[in-house]
Design a protein around this ligand. Sequence first.
Ligand code: NAD
Length: 455
Amino acid sequence: MARISIIGGAGYVGLAYAAALADLGHEVWGLDLDDAKVQALSAGHCPIYEPGLAELIQRGLSTGRLRFTTDYGQAVPGAEFLFLCVGTPSDEQGRADLSYVVEATKSLARHLDGHTILVNKSTLPVGSVTLVEGLLMRHAEPGVTYAVVSNPEFLREGSAVHDLMHPDRVVLGGSNADAVQRVAELYASFGAPIVVTDPRSAELIKYASNAFLAAKISFINEIALICEQLGGDVASVTSGIGLDQRIGRAFLNAGVGFGGSCFPKDVRALTMMARDAGLDSSLLTAILDINRRMRLVVVEKLENSLGDLRGRSITLLGLAFKPDTDDVREAPAIDIVDALVAREARVRVSDPAALEHVEGRWNGVELIEDPYAAAMGADAVVLVTDWNQYRVIDLTKLANSMRGDVLVDGRRVFSPAQAAAAGLTYLGIGHSSETVSPRAFDLASYGAYLSMAAD
Ligand code: NAD
C-alpha cells in the first residue's frame, strides 16, 4: 500500500480520490487550502453533495488511513505519490487558468524529499507536464528526485465514486516508464484498460473526450431546433439515430444544454489552444454557441406563451447543472434566472441540494426547496434539472399549486399527454406538440421547395 497525498483534496475530484484511495487501503492525506472544508472533513462532515462519498470519508477517518490538512509540510514529505487535483477554471479569454496549478506545484516542491511521483489529475492544457516539471526543477531542493505523469480524470459528478472505481479506461502519459508503471499499479485493481501514451496525447485525450461529448449534446440540440421548425420530434429522431452503433444513444439528450465545471471550460480551453496554435476551430466554437442559445430557448418559449414576462411568476425546478450534485458552476439555470430577472419576471427556484450556493446572488429571487411550494401561484414552471424527485413529481398537485398552466420541459422528461392529463400546457424542446405548432409549411421557401418537387 502506498502513501499518497491529494493536493486539492477537498474539491470534487480530490476528495473523491482521497476517500477512495484510503478505502483501497492506502495511507492518504487530503491537502487543501480551504481551511473551513478541511476542518469540516476532519470532523467527519462532507462539504459537497456526492452520493456515497460521505460514507467513504467516514470509513477512511475511522480507520485512520484518511486525514486532512492545510499544511504542505505535513502532507508532502514521505509521500510516494502526489495527486494534483486543484481547479483549472477558465481565465478571461477562455484559456485554462493555471494559477492554482502553479501555486500548488511551487508549494509542494519545497517539501519534496526522496523520490516522488506527481500525478497530474487536474485537466491541464497540452504541454503542462513540461510546465510542472520545470516548476519542480526550479523550486525543489537539489538532490530530490521526481517524475510527472499526466493522468486525466473522467469521473462525473453525481456518480463520482462509482466512476472512479469503475473507469472505462485509465490514461497515463509520461516520459518516465518506471513512474508510469507505478501509477498503473495503483489502478490495477480496477481492471480497466490502461492507455499509456506520451504526455501531450494524454492531455489531449481529456480535452478531446469532453469536446466530443459536448458536441453530441449540441448536435442533438441543433436537430431539436430543426425539429421544432419542420415538425418532427427529437425524441423519436434520437431513438432512431441512437440505435446506430456507430453513433450510440448516450449524450444525445436534447434540452437546455450542458453546464458544470468541465464541458464549457474545457471546450473553451481547447478552442483557445487551437487558436494559439494558429487553428480556428469552427466546430468547437459552434458547440459553445449552440449551448448558449439553448438556455435562451426556454425563455423564448415562455415569452411566446405568456407574452411580456414582466411581473409574471416563473418557477424553475432545478438549479444544479445536473442531478445528484450540488454543483452550480455554469449551470443552465443560472443563465435562465439571469434572463428572467432581466425581464423583471418574479422568479422562484427549487432544488434538492444546490440552493445554498446561490444565496444572495439575486435580489428578489426566492429559493424554495419544496417544488410544490415553489410552484405556488406560478404562471409557468420550467424543468431545468432532471433530478429524480422531479421525474416522479405529481403533475396534478403541481398544477393545483400554480396560477397558470404552462409547463416548459427543458429536459424532455414528461410527455405532452402526461402534462395534458394534469391540465398543463406542455412546451417541450425539439417537439412539435399541439401547443408548439409546427411551422414547417408556413415557411415560404420550404413550402416552395416542396411544391416544386411535387410538380
Ligand atoms: P474544485 O474547485 O472542486 O477543487 C479544487 C480544490 O483545490 C479546492 O478545494 C481548492 O480549495 C483547492 N486548491 C486550490 N488551490 C490550492 C493550492 N494551491 N493548494 C491546495 N489546494 C488548493 O475542482 P474540481 O471540480 O475537483 O476539479 C479539479 C480538476 O479536475 C479540474 O482541473 C477539473 O477540470 C478536473 N476534473 C473535474 C471533474 C469534475 O467532475 N469536477 C471531472 C474530471 C476532471
